[in-house]
Design a protein around this ligand. Structure first.
Ligand code: P61
Length: 468
């Protein structure tokens, strides 16, 4: 269980408030057992997301002071453009305020109703932006990518045979682009290999369809390639990234992950005609092409973050810290998704809490208990997020997986915090039968997980619901 110690030292600290269990109990009850509605200043370790939560370096903070806030042609944009061209290799660089805006601009420009976008697994904002255009978001990950226990070094791979069949059936008229998400967030932060990217590229080439990356965790993905893929051990992560992107035609990027910034994103691509149409839309909805919804200083922090994230000492620590949490949990017998991905550990709530049926939201019950007992915030990725009522029968349809994600912010928590999280989760695992299922007391007709309110079942209700 050894991994490199933190390759940085701490210059500024943000105090963490430890509120009492009674206060946490009050706050989560007031929030209707919705963890998103709990104020962040009552949380001790916040693992809701690794997005926009990174600690910037002194070099990035210094970059804020050289922000050029001119409306047009600010110097930070040119620096940013050359960084993205250098690292990703695409000609046209369009800044956006975050990843979903890059997705929205791309899809509203190139998709029409009835089109299909294949991807390994679409992240939820990507799926929503594809569907917003009346198109279908089709997930074609390899079969191992859907099995929490399958041991495969590149569980994020897109299945080239499934893609070939889909393209043959649909024809290029209905598939304006193919995407690959690196790493595959919805599949557990699992990486994609270069061999797979080459194979997908060959299929796309044959069907004359462009290939785009959802690049938001590109450095973590390329670190896994260096560590695991034959032939890449001697190459730098930056070289691997350049090679990976060279097989594509463009990318969308939420720099809130591997850009090491709190806000920012971009779209980069080679096609001049698409770039022109996207830029025209950008001006309408986001901002002038040299700032795109960001301040000049944000662009500077993003350029610097994109280079820093390729530092291999940082990556060894980063991936090591996430793996360390996974190993501590595995060691105690906890059921988690394996191998551990790049940015998060996912707990299999169905196996951790077998006495709570999926219709009683075991994942959310675990999230609530983690906050109430230990002040830790995680997020449910299961029946509350993806379950829905069947339009005809009114029955709840649950997803296959019931996961709880512990996403680790970059450069924010020390290894002692990680141990605290592991000990807390292990303690809850030992007392798992104390946890009760939940029921919804209010739900909106669509996207219920954002506004639903829940309550805990009492022992009698839990027992009668289980025996039904
Ligand atoms: C996350 F609860 N991810 O994982 P934006 N692509 C991919 C992402 O992981 C991603 C985006 C595009 C988040 C933040 C998040 O309902 C939620 O910069 C692979 O957030 O627009 C974001 O990038 C979008 C959490 C997003 C959520 C939506 O935690």
């Amino acid at each position: 269980m050894r991994f490199p110690a933190e390759p940085f030292r701490i210059k500024v600290v943000e105090p963490l408030r430890r509120v009492s269990r009674e206060e946490r109990e009050r706050r989560i009850a007031k929030a209707g057992l919705k963890i998103f509605a709990v104020p962040a200043d009552s949380i001790y370790v916040d693992l809701l997301t690794d997005s926009g939560t990174s600690a910037m370096s002194d070099h990035q903070w210094a970059g804020l002071m050289v922000g050029d806030e001119s409306y047009a042609g600010n110097r930070n944009y040119f620096q940013f453009e050359s960084t993205v061209r250098d690292l990703f290799g695409y000609r046209h660089v369009i800044p956006t305020h975050q990843g979903r805006m890059a997705e929205n601009l791309l899809f509203s420009t190139v998709l029409k109703k009835g089109d299909v976008v294949p991807n390994n697994i679409h992240f939820d904002t990507t799926r929503a932006n594809v569907e917003h255009q009346g198109a279908e978001a089709r997930d074609l990950v390899i079969d191992e990518g859907l099995d929490p226990q399958a041991l495969h070094p590149f569980k994020g791979n897109l299945d080239p045979a499934k893609l070939d069949r889909a393209l043959a059936e649909l024809g290029r008229e209905r598939v304006p682009l193919v995407m690959i998400t690196v790493t595959n967030n919805s599949g557990g932060g699992q990486p994609v290999s270069i061999a797979n990217v080459r194979a997908v590229r060959e299929v796309c080439h044959r069907h004359r369809v462009p290939l785009f990356f959802d690049a938001c965790r590109f450095a973590e993905n390329c670190w896994f390639i260096q560590q695991r893929e034959p032939g890449f051990a001697g190459k730098s992560v930056a070289e691997i990234a350049r090679e990976m992107f060279s097989y594509g035609d463009g990318c969308t990027m939420s720099a809130k992950k591997d850009g090491l910034v709190n806000i920012g994103g971009f779209l980069a691509l080679n096609d001049a005609e698409w770039a022109e149409r996207i830029t025209n839309l950008l001006i309408l909805v986001e901002g002038f092409p040299t700032y795109g919804g960001l301040a000049g200083r944000d662009l500077e922090a993003m350029s610097r973050g994109l280079r820093e994230v390729l530092d291999e000492d940082y990556l060894a620590f980063r991936i090591g810290q996430v793996a360390h949490l996974g190993e501590l949990l595995l060691h105690a017998g906890l059921p988690i998704v394996t191998p551990v991905g790049g940015h998060a550990v996912y707990i299999d709530a169905l196996r951790m809490l077998p006495h709570i049926p999926q219709s009683q939201f075991p994942g959310q019950a675990l999230v609530v208990a983690l906050y109430r007992e230990y002040g830790i915030r995680a997020v449910e990725v299961g029946s509350l997020m993806f379950g829905h009522r069947d339009a005809v029968t009114g029955e709840i349809v649950c997803p296959k997986l019931e996961l709880v994600r512990l996403a680790i912010p970059r450069r924010v928590y020390t290894t002692e915090h990680i141990r605290y999280v592991a000990e807390s989760v292990i303690q809850l695992y030992r007392e798992a039968d104390r946890l009760r299922g939940l029921r919804i007391t209010y739900e909106a007709p669509v996207l219920r997980h954002f506004t639903a309110r829940l309550e805990e079942l009492n022992d009698v209700e839990a027992a009668s619901a289980t025996s039904r």
